[in-house]
Design a protein around this ligand. Structure first.
Ligand code: PSV
Ligand code: MN
Length: 398
């Protein structure tokens, strides 16, 4: 272990922030059903309050990503009340996520819908969402499209590609000038569409983002890849192209499973963090990348699972901060394979818990955020307060 381990970890954690998703605190489920939690949040105020708990205990999540239809039922008119609810909870509004997948009109797509009127409505919703971002002084407009088709021959793939390009360019034109606003284009190979998806992979997202304008970047959701895909290579390429905008973090075993970060493959997350830090070390520039959690826990307690996620993210980021880059680079150049690989393996194998505990103590954070949450009585209080409402609520993410 290197002598300055504690210092390197403290320095890394001081700058490590990860945004929480408002929708991760609401009752959610699978398409087969939902198991309701009496303490689950059902208003944006409650989601922000729960996120505030996670931030207070971990010190790492000052902002909360918001989903427009679920959190701003009245659009931009809700911006002031959301801003004040956030500040009452000790957090600030984060990325704004338009929703062009839930309404009945989007049955055959949004930006790629064959009906021009529906395309217009989807674009207008994204432009309104950009205005919400401007009202809240939030930088990222985070776009995900469920568009696609289920059967060969039913959609004109090239025509839809051009409709997407047109829609994205129009949304880009509505952004506040840089650096005030960015738009992130997220990709996903399948689900809900099972034959073709309009923005299915990082190449499609990259081409669309490039064509839309300079403030458009790609968003990598770790759950949105085929099994065995090398996500850190995608990350390295997007960094090198100056096109990596941010992440949605979660873990997966089969598809987009929304599992807790690091629960299946923590080494994968470590390798992603490593690529980012290695880029920063080599270029001497900070990667301007948003880290956001995108997980909806159906079975685990929501706040507990979110604390677990943030603690895992901090631990893996801390491990990535221990890679010896001088040694790595010289070993790579000398094709000293085992020595190069050991640089990653040694860092990953390091027990970072004592250094993280020390970092928490210095910042007056609880030594064990999970235990502190259990002791706080917050969950019991919320269970009592929210129980009567939550049982009746069954709509998605709200
Ligand atoms: C879609 O699977 C996704 O990853 C998008 O980011 C959505 O905004 C989010 O999940 C919540 O449905
Ligand atoms: Mn996502």
């Amino acid at each position: 272990m290197q002598a300055d381990t504690g210092e390197r970890i403290a320095h890394a954690l001081d700058r490590f922030e990860i945004e929480l998703p408002s929708w991760g605190f609401a009752n959610t489920g699978t398409r087969f059903g939902k198991f309701l939690q009496p303490a689950a949040a059902s208003t944006v105020e409650e989601k922000l309050a729960d996120a505030g708990q996670v931030h207070a205990l971990t010190g790492a999540c000052p902002s909360v990503a918001l989903h427009v239809l679920w959190d701003f039922p009245n659009g931009v008119a809700d911006a002031p009340s959301v801003a004040s609810a956030a500040s009452r909870s000790g957090v600030r509004p984060g990325a704004i996520n338009p929703n062009v997948f839930q309404d009945q009109k989007y049955k055959h797509g949004s930006f790629g819908n064959p009906d021009a009127e529906v395309r217009e409505q989807a674009i207008a919703h994204c432009i309104d969402s950009a205005r919400i971002g401007q009202a809240l002084k939030v930088r990222d407009l985070s776009l995900w499209f469920a568009d696609g088709s289920n059967y060969p021959g039913t959609a004109n793939i090239r025509e839809r590609k051009r409709w997407f390009a047109e829609g994205l360019a129009r949304v880009h034109a509505a952004l506040a000038p840089a650096p005030a606003q960015r738009m992130l284009v997220e990709y996903k190979p399948f689900e809900p569409a099972f034959y073709h998806t309009d923005v299915a992979d990082w190449g499609m997202a990259l081409l669309h983002a490039r064509a839309a304008g300079a403030q458009a970047k790609v968003l990598v959701d770790t759950g949105h890849h085929y099994p065995t895909q090398n996500i850190e290579q995608i990350v390295a390429w997007l960094l090198d192209e100056g096109m990596l905008g941010g992440f949605h973090f979660n873990d997966r075993r089969y598809a987009d499973d929304d599992l807790t970060l690091g629960s299946i493959d923590p080494y994968q997350v470590f390798r992603i963090f490593h690529e980012i830090r290695f880029y920063e070390w080599e270029t001497g520039t900070r990667a301007d990348v948003a880290f956001v959690v995108d997980q909806s826990h159906n079975l685990k307690g929501k706040i507990e699972a979110m604390i677990q996620t943030v603690m895992m993210a901090q631990a893996l980021y801390a491990k990535a901060a221990l890679v010896d880059y001088d040694m790595l680079r010289s070993a790579q150049h000398a094709a000293d394979l085992v020595r190069a690989e050991s640089c990653l393996q040694d860092a990953f194998a390091t027990d970072v818990r004592p250094a993280i505990a020390e970092w928490r103590a210095v910042r007056r954070l609880p030594a064990d955020p999970q235990e502190a949450f259990r002791q706080s009585g917050y969950l019991e209080r919320m269970t009592k307060e929210r129980a009567s409402r939550a049982v009746g609520s069954s709509s998605s993410y709200a």
